[in-house]
Design a protein around this ligand. Structure first.
Ligand code: HMG
Length: 398
């Protein structure tokens, strides 16, 4: 446990993109049986960023409602987790800090380890709050998942940001102390600095993920974690939602349980609603699973949730959280559903054009087409500097 004081997720909000590509459009283009997407990988559609959206605009959009509800007085740290970084030096969090008007007396940093980064951010945030329980930490996980066109990974793209306010006496989920850790140097998925699409060995990545599930669980048990039966649900990193089912089945087998499909569906089904229609949001994915669970399920007060965070390369962590009684009064279910439903469908040609856009590198002045209707946009690039703007009419619900 986290000592005498409970520390964890006090508030959580997510944002996604302006556009959405249904998998039916991808299947029609490449001749794939739609069953492979809808059932085989468990994906319905994927979020597609507009030309003027990126990890900063999504991160700011996700975080703005937290600031509107709680203010920024107690936030002294912003940790921005991403693997789709826009700069090799400056943290994307500094742009968000500015867009949200946070006080100068703040430390801001960007963290990276593939999809695992946000979990590192959460754990580091808990450490900071432990040192001074009066402080809160704003954790932002924001990513755009991009693979080559016409590659097997294409169907598992997506984009979203989750913002979490981490503090003492949290209103949503108390994070428990024991963590199961696992690191292995594998080349299952990576993205060299000179590429903006990821490279992946699909089957190897699934095997590496499953090995990490075993490794983290073994360590979690050795660290004195809860028994398998002590969990009401499991939030897995979901590069595609079927992966969560594969992972849970694997964990059941590893623990010597008979795999009962109805029981697996009960443990996982409620966590997949957002990831199924958003696609892989890398760092945000496991926390989108949590958002779906809290928003969709019956009252989970007092129940324990298992979290499995996996980042290719690879680093993984298994940890537990307890749902705080009364949490339902603090949820943002309506805003979350609106974030999904407000997306405008894009056809295959439109998606392909957006996918093929590259960031101008000539140092000239480039304005970005105004496509997003969200509160923040990337207005352009001038002298190699990204120019963001907040729409005066941009609406933020507290
Ligand atoms: P693929 O070769 O296109 O698909 O790759 P497949 O042939 O393996 O088929 C997928 C599933 O669909 C199979 O089911 C088929 O049987 C089924 P499974 O055997 O796995 O249960 N299928 C059908 N089902 C119903 N009706 C049909 C039908 N046809 C086939 N008609 C793959 C799929 C996921 C590998 C590919 O999309 C890919 O490479 N994706 C990217 C990598 C990835 O997501 N890896 C996941 C683990 S690694 C991870 O999670 C980390 C990551 O998020 C990055 C990070 O950490 O930063 C990726």
């Amino acid at each position: 446990m986290t000592g005498d004081i409970g520390i964890g997720i006090h508030d959580l909000s997510f944002a996604t993109t302006e556009f959405v590509l249904p998998h039916t459009a991808l299947a029609e283009y490449n001749g794939t049986d739609i069953g492979k997407y809808h059932v085989g990988i468990g994906q319905q559609s994927m979020s597609v960023p507009a030309a003027d959206e990126d990890i900063v605009t999504m991160g700011a959009t996700a975080a703005a409602p937290l600031i509107a509800r709680h203010g920024a007085d107690r936030i002294r740290t912003v940790v921005f987790a991403t693997e789709s970084s826009i700069d090799q030096a400056k943290s994307a969090g500094v742009y968000v800090h500015s867009l949200l008007g946070l006080p100068p007396a703040t430390r801001v940093v960007e963290l990276k380890q593939a999809c695992y980064g946000a979990t590192a951010a959460l754990q580091f945030a808990i450490g900071l709050v432990h040192r001074d329980p009066a402080q809160q930490v704003l954790v932002i996980a924001s990513d755009v998942s991009k693979y080559d066109l016409d590659s097997p990974g294409e169907a598992t793209q997506g984009a979203a940001a989750v913002a979490m306010l981490v503090g003492a006496d949290p209103a949503l989920v108390r994070i428990e102390g024991p963590s199961g850790l696992f690191t292995a140097d594998v080349m299952d998925f990576w993205r060299p600095n000179y590429r903006d699409t990821a490279l992946v060995d699909g089957q190897e990545s699934i095997t590496a993920y499953l090995q990490a599930v075993e490794g983290t669980w073994k360590d979690y048990t050795e660290q004195g974690g809860r028994s398998f039966d002590g969990f009401g649900a499991f939030c897995y990193h979901q590069p595609f939602t079927k992966m969560a089912y594969k992972a849970h089945r694997h964990l059941l087998n590893f623990c010597g349980y008979v795999t009962d499909e109805a029981q697996i569906a009960r443990a996982i089904g409620r966590t997949t609603a957002y990831n199924r229609v958003v696609g892989n949001s890398y760092t945000a994915s496991v926390y989108l699973a949590l958002a779906a669970l809290l928003d969709e399920a019956e009252d989970l007060s007092g129940q324990s949730i298992g979290f499995l965070s996996y980042g290719s390369g690879s680093v993984a962590e298994f940890f537990a959280g307890t749902v705080v009684p009364g949490y339902r009064e603090h949820l943002r279910t309506e805003a979350h559903r609106e974030a999904i439903e407000r997306r405008r469908p894009v056809d295959y040609a439109g998606y392909r054009e957006l996918h093929e856009r590259t960031c101008p590198a000539d140092g000239g002045e480039h304005s970005t087409p105004a496509q997003t209707t969200g509160p923040f946009r990337l207005a352009g690039i001038r002298d190699h500097k990204r120019i963001y703007e907040r729409r005066p009419e941009g609406r933020t619900v507290a």
